[in-house]
Structures are given as structure tokens and as C-alpha cells.
Design a protein around this ligand. Structure first.
Ligand code: ADP
Ligand code: MG
Length: 714
């Protein structure tokens, strides 16, 4: 048994109240519970008190500081005093379209947009002619200002009763910011007294409050300084917010530092033989490796052959051919009689890897293991794995389960790194003796960032595309010209093209995104009938596979999709990518989405639909996309234009690893946390000092505790 196969010590009891289910809080009835789960829970993990406490308000609204429609900055929470002037109910039978309400103040008018809410309920909240105070964010949609799901709608009397400063939370359908605020207050009551894990001198220097006080200051901003008035330069983040961000950053950096320290110690095993199997598989590939692939294979083989444990990141743009490199790495371990595992973040991707590896893998014995296998099938796979009758197992998170036992796992490949954390890497590594790990990512992470985020890894880069790829023509098109786009699609379909249509991020809530995708789906069906398919993240797995398979088989030829759908999917016949509301995406993600086309021998097109008017930076970003297909250049430029949050910290990039910190505004803190963590691990590698003990609590609090098992029994 290796040291990391030992079960992690139990979470300290002092934290139990924070990890209790949120639905146990007073005030959460059967109606509210599912909404809390939708906002803060996941299918595997019901919402807990800590999730509620870490759901920090996006800002405070000063009751008396009312904005005006004409001057409210788009995208930021604002409170407006408006009069209701009209209703725009959805057309009957037109799918799940929103209910719209027109309102105005002395300076202009906007539309309020409600998805999935019955008309009478909307009209009751907003009677015609009534004066109401609404809080939310204004967005531009088709050149018109709108507010999707205001977080609060109240009348004059309710406004007068509000506290001077009220926190504004990211809300979800049916659950108001106000309700979340009440729950947060209830959650604060459960906050235990925790030991201080930060260095007291550093705290004093930064003038930061204790952890519990910081959370209280965030959730009860009544006495906090008021937010910066509109138009003023942004204020620095308040000390409470900085403190919490730093706590989270320190937890992540400490986990990485512990992992790094352990990797230096950990002996590996040579997972490479005389090369006969690797050479045979390489020779049988239907293509010759690119220079970059050859270099990466050589670097990996050197790691595998050494008795140092491999932890390598294989970074390569979409379509750069990571799969073949992974296969050769796995073959190397199989050559010396061991097994290999390839883990993908989603069912669809696992299946696709499995199908694609098959023809390349020659005589290797492959198996697929996912959460959806039938019991008998699964038992057979598990038995074969344990008996060493499987060479490569491809799967999802299902590979982590305790029941999965390998005869002798040599190499683990993890695809799309940003979906998995240190936790999972450790869990997979624990499935064998000193397992060599190769992590693959298509996210073109600039080197500076790679250092802070993946500081514990060596890096190989595939910076060369296989020969014969057609360039992708990228065009920027205003949504005012949507009709022309649809007409052009008609011509393309007639010529046999296949089209992805990615729907915009409308709001914070996936539910609202989904409604927008369904609306677009219905629209396109009017023009193209059954040729249009729909896929989204809320679909059950088998339905997703079916929708994807119909598109791959050409039964549907336009696939409407929300961005939550995995972008790694490969349909070489797809030649057109339409991305709606492109200005809202991170460049890295636009680049990834675009990489879904241009995979076959036919010329491909990417249409970036934007809703004008575009600001200077937005325009520069989209033009960048038009100018180059070089993912690294795009990532560097993105970093320059927008700051690193855009590259890594956002929901779009899939790397929502931080809940309280923001890589853009807290970049300087990340550096400090990295140094702090390194120093701590040098001085107190077992985390045994009083501060070390408190830091253990911190690791559990931010669920980076997998690192604790590296500390041994202490
Ligand atoms: P990604 O890096 O995005 O995972 P894949 O490994 O899926 O890329 O490869 C994309 C496509 O390119 C696949 O169809 C694969 O067979 C093909 N391919 C990979 N390497 C080469 C190469 N050296 N020459 C030609 N085609 C290649
Ligand atoms: Mg891939």
C-alpha cells in the first residue's frame, strides 16, 4: 500500500456544523429546498451550510442610491425606480419563451425578462401603472436594454424598510436575493469559532479581520462602507473580501506545495520497456507523428523510463493530436506488463476516446467504464481489470470508485485537466503503486499562469498542427443580420454542411441559458424542421449521447447547444460553427469552440455573432479571433486585454476552481499565498506546529484535504 492509499483522516469535528446540509436551516421549507439545491448543490453533493456562506454577495446596494435607466452601467447590479407600462406575454405554442414586462423611468425604458414564470405571477408582482423598485443587472440584447430576472422587486413601503446597505446575491429562478440574505444570516449563526490559520503579523499588516468576522462583514454589509458610486473608479476590494480570497488561495497553494514536496520524495517505477510495443503501435498509425508529437512522446518516455514519478501536463490546442501521444504513453506501461487508465470529464468524451482508441490500439485490450454501465457489465469489467485482463480502461469519474481495483496500474492519463483538481489526481494515483500521471489539456494556459496553477507539473507542449488541416475562416456578424445568417445556413445545408450553433450565456443561471437555447432551437426548427437537434447540460446522459450520435450520423445537421455541453467532441463533417453572443465568451473558450470545426478535409467557417454596440476591448478581442488560430497567441493576448480572470477564473473556462478568490483581482495575493505555502511546507512539513494544525482545518474547510493524507499519520 502506498502512503496515499491510506484513507484521509476525518474532518475535524469543529467543522461539522459547516458541512451540515443547508436544508436543515430554519426557514427552508419544501418549496425552497429544491431552489437552494439548484443554486448551490450539485447532483452528487447537496448544498451545505458552507456553500451558503461561501456564496458571497456580488455587491451591496445602497437603498437611497438609485440609478437611472439611461445611466446604469450594463452588467452591474443597480436599483431603479420604475413605472410598469406594458406586458409582452409569450406567443402561445412558441416553446419556452420568456414573459416580458416594459418599464420606464424619467430617463428611458427597459424590458424585464422572466423565463419559466407564469404570466399571472409576473403581473401580480408588477401591476400595470404601478411604481416599483427593481434591482438587477442591465444587459444589452438586440440593441435593447433589458434586465433578466431582477433579483428584487419591491414597492415604496418595502424600500423604506430596507437596511441602509443591502447585499445583492446571485439569485436563481424563484429564489430572491432577499431570501438568500436571510438564509445567509441563519447560516452565520452556525459559524463555529475556528483557530486562526493566518500568520498574525501578516493579518495585522493587511488590517484583515478574522475569518468569521470577514464572513459576517460580507453577508451583513449594513455597517460597511457604501459601495463606490456609479462612475467613480473601482474601489479596492474590501479587507474582508481580501481575507477570504486569501484563505482560499492559501488552501489551494498549500495543497499544491504538499503534493510537490511529496512528489520530490516519491520514488516511481520504470514504466518503459524495450519499445517494441510502442514502436509497433506508432508504425501502425494511419499518419506520421508531427514533430511536436514526437518531442512530447520522447519527453514522456524519458519520465516513464526513470524511477522518478511522472507528473506531466500535455498541453495542446484542439486537434493537435493529444490522443495519439496518450496512447503511446499508455502502451509504454503495457509493454512492461502493467495497465493504463484514461479518464475523461464526461460520459460523451469517455465514449469518444474509447471509440477512437480502438482502431489505433491494435492488439491492446480496451474497456470502457462509466457510471452508466449495467450491473453485470460493470462486474465483468471490474473483474477483468483486477485480473489484469484489461490493458487500457477508459472512463469517467467512475474510475475513482473504491470498487475499481487494478491488477497493476502503471500510467494514468487525465483528459481536460481543468475539470479535475488535486483531489482526483491523488485518488487516481492511489489506484496503483507510484502511478505515472499524464494530464492533458486543450486550454492554452500562458506560461506564467501555468506556473501558479500547475506548479507541481512538468509541461510538454504540442505547438504544431497535423499537416493538411484547412484554415477556418472566422467572421464577425452583428445579430441584426440574423436573417441573413439563417438564409446562408439554408444554402450550406443544401450543400451538405453540418452546423454547430452555440447559444449565449444570458444570465448566471444555467436554467436561463437553457431557456434561451430552447428558444433558438424552436426558431431554427421553423426554418429547417427535423434537421435541427438540441443538446444541453441538463439532459440525462443517454439523451445527450443520442443527440450527439444523431448529429454525428448526419440525421440532424444543425446542433443547437448550450455551452455546458462538452466541447471536446469530434464530428469531422461539421464545417460551420455559429456562436451567438460571442462577446460574452472568454477567448479561450471561443477558440475551443471554433476548434470543433476544421477537423475534416473541407473548408470551415466560424461565425461570431455579437450584439452591438461593442466596446473597444470587446471588439479588439473578437478581431483577435478573426486574425489568428494560434491558441497560445490568443491566450496571451486575452491575458493582456482582460486580465487572467478571463483566461482561467471564469465559469466559461470550466475552471471554477475558486469560490471566493478571483484570479483577476487577486493575482497579487496568489503569489503571496504561493510563497507562504512553500515556506510553511519547508518549516513544518508535517503541519504539526500550532499554525500547521490550524492550516489543516483550513484545508478541510476548502476541501483541499486530500493533501492531508500526504502528511502521514501525524
Ligand atoms: P486533440 O489534441 O484535440 O485531442 P485528437 O487527438 O483528437 O486531438 O486528434 C485530432 C484528429 O487528428 C484525430 O482525428 C487524429 O486521428 C488526427 N491526428 C492526430 N495526429 C495526427 C497526425 N500527426 N497527422 C494527421 N492526423 C493526426
Ligand atoms: Mg481530445
Amino acid at each position: 500500500m502506498t502512503d496515499d492509499a491510506r484513507p484521509a483522516p476525518l474532518r475535524p469535528a469543529i467543522l461539522d456544523p459547516l458541512f451540515a446540509p443547508a436544508r436543515g436551516l430554519p426557514g427552508i421549507g419544501p418549496k425552497m429546498a429544491p431552489m437552494i439545491e439548484r443554486l448551490l448543490g450539485t447532483p452528487e453533493q447537496p448544498a451545505r451550510i458552507v456553500d451558503l456562506l461561501f456564496h458571497l454577495p456580488q455587491g451591496g446596494v445602497v437603498r437611497k442610491l438609485l440609478g437611472s435607466i439611461a445611466e446604469a452601467p450594463p452588467g452591474e447590479p443597480v436599483t431603479l425606480g420604475v413605472t410598469v407600462t406594458g406586458y409582452r406575454p409569450p406567443q402561445p405554442g412558441a416553446g419556452r419563451r420568456p414573459y416580458r414586462v416594459l418599464v420606464e423611468d424619467a430617463t428611458g425604458d427597459i424590458t424585464l425578462v422572466f423565463f419559466g414564470m407564469p404570466g399571472p405571477r409576473v403581473e401580480k408582482m408588477l401591476p400595470l401603472g404601478a411604481h416599483r423598485y427593481i434591482t438587477g443587472r442591465i444587459d444589452l440584447y438586440d440593441g435593447h436594454r433589458q434586465m433578466v430576472h431582477p433579483s428584487r422587486i419591491i414597492d415604496e413601503a418595502a424600500l423604506a424598510a430596507l437596511p441602509a446597505v443591502e447585499p445583492v446575491y446571485g439569485a436563481t429562478e424563484g429564489l430572491t436575493s432577499r431570501a438568500i440574505s436571510k438564509l445567509a444570516h441563519a447560516a452565520l449563526e452556525r459559524l463555529p469559532v475556528l483557530p486562526e490559520w493566518q500568520d498574525p503579523a501578516w493579518l495585522a499588516r493587511e488590517n484583515w479581520p478574522a475569518f468569521a468576522d470577514a464572513l459576517r462583514a460580507e453577508h451583513r454589509p449594513e455597517n460597511a462602507p457604501p459601495p463606490v458610486p456609479e462612475g467613480a473608479a473601482a474601489a479596492p476590494r474590501p479587507p474582508a473580501r481580501q481575507r477570504l480570497a486569501y484563505d482560499e488561495l492559501l488552501a489551494s497553494q498549500l495543497a499544491l506545495a504538499l503534493l510537490r514536496a511529496r512528489n520530490r520524495r516519491a520514488p516511481g517505477r520504470a514504466n518503459a520497456g524495450d519499445g517494441h510495443l510502442v514502436d509497433r503501435i506508432e508504425a501502425a498509425l494511419p499518419f506520421g507523428l508531427t514533430g511536436a508529437q514526437k518531442r512530447a512522446v520522447a519527453e514522456i518516455r524519458a519520465d516513464l523510463a526513470s524511477d522518478r514519478r511522472m507528473l506531466r501536463l500535455l498541453q495542446g490546442d484542439v486537434g493537435s493530436g493529444k490522443t495519439a501521444v496518450a496512447l503511446l504513453a499508455m502502451a509504454s506501461a503495457i509493454e512492461v506488463g502493467r495497465q493504463a487508465a484514461l479518464m475523461a470529464p464526461t460520459e460523451i468524451l469517455a465514449r469518444q476516446h474509447f471509440e477512437r482508441l480502438g482502431p489505433m490500439a491494435g492488439t491492446l485490450r480496451l474497456r470502457l467504464l462509466t457510471g452508466r454501465d449495467r450491473a453485470a457489465e460493470r462486474r465483468a469489467t471490474l473483474a477483468a481489470l483486477a485480473a489484469g485482463e484489461v490493458d487500457i480502461v477508459v472512463g469517467t469519474h467512475a474510475l475513482f470508485q473504491d470498487s475499481v481495483v487494478f491488477a497493476d496500474l502503471g500510467v494514468a492519463v487525465v483528459d481536460e485537466q481543468h475539470r479535475f483538481g488535486v483531489h482526483q489526481r491523488l485518488a487516481l494515483g492511489a489506484k496503483g503503486q507510484a502511478v505515472d500521471i499524464l494530464v492533458m489539456t486543450a486550454t492554452p494556459i500562458p506560461r506564467t499562469l501555468a506556473l501558479t496553477c500547475f506548479g507541481d507539473m512538468d509541461v510538454s507542449v504540442l505547438d504544431e498542427k497535423p499537416a493538411g488541416r484547412q484554415p477556418i475562416v472566422t467572421r464577425l456578424v452583428s445579430t441584426d443580420r440574423l436573417d441573413e445568417v439563417v438564409a446562408a445556413l439554408g444554402r450550406a445545408l443544401a450543400a451538405g454542411d453540418r452546423v454547430y450553433w452555440i447559444c449565449p450565456l444570458v444570465a448566471e443561471s444555467e436554467f436561463v441559458d437553457l431557456a434561451a437555447a430552447e428558444e433558438r432551437f424552436e426558431d431554427l426548427r421553423h426554418s429547417f424542421g427535423d434537421a435541427v437537434g438540441l443538446i444541453h447540460g441538463k439532459m440525462p446522459g443517454p439523451d445527450k449521447d443520442a443527440a450527439m450520435e444523431r448529429f454525428a450520423a448526419g440525421e440532424t445537421r444543425i446542433l443547437v447547444s448550450t455551452t455546458v455541453v462538452e466541447v471536446g467532441v469530434d464530428v469531422p463533417e461539421a464545417t460551420i460553427m455559429v456562436i451567438e453572443h460571442a462577446e460574452r465568451f472568454g477567448l479561450a473558450q471561443l477558440h475551443q469552440l471554433r476548434g470543433r470545426v476544421g477537423r475534416g478535409s473541407r473548408a470551415s467557417t466560424c461565425l461570431l455573432l455579437y450584439r452591438g454596440p461593442l466596446g473597444q476591448v470587446s471588439r479588439a478581442r473578437l478581431e483577435m479571433m478573426r486574425e489568428t488560430e494560434d491558441g497560445f497567441r490568443i491566450a496571451e493576448e486575452d491575458l493582456r486585454l482582460r486580465g487572467e480572470g478571463e483566461v482561467l477564473g471564469t465559469r466559461q473556462s470550466g475552471m471554477a476552481a475558486f469560490r471566493l478568490a478571483n484570479l483577476e483581482s487577486d493575482a497579487a495575493l496568489l503569489q503571496v499565498a504561493r510563497d507562504d505555502a512553500q515556506l510553511m511546507v519547508q518549516r513544518d512539513p508535517g503541519l504539526k506546529s500550532p499554525r500547521g494544525q490550524a492550516l489543516r482545518v483550513l484545508l478541510y474547510l476548502f476541501e483541499r484535504d486530500a493533501a492531508i493524507r500526504l502528511l502521514g499519520a501525524g
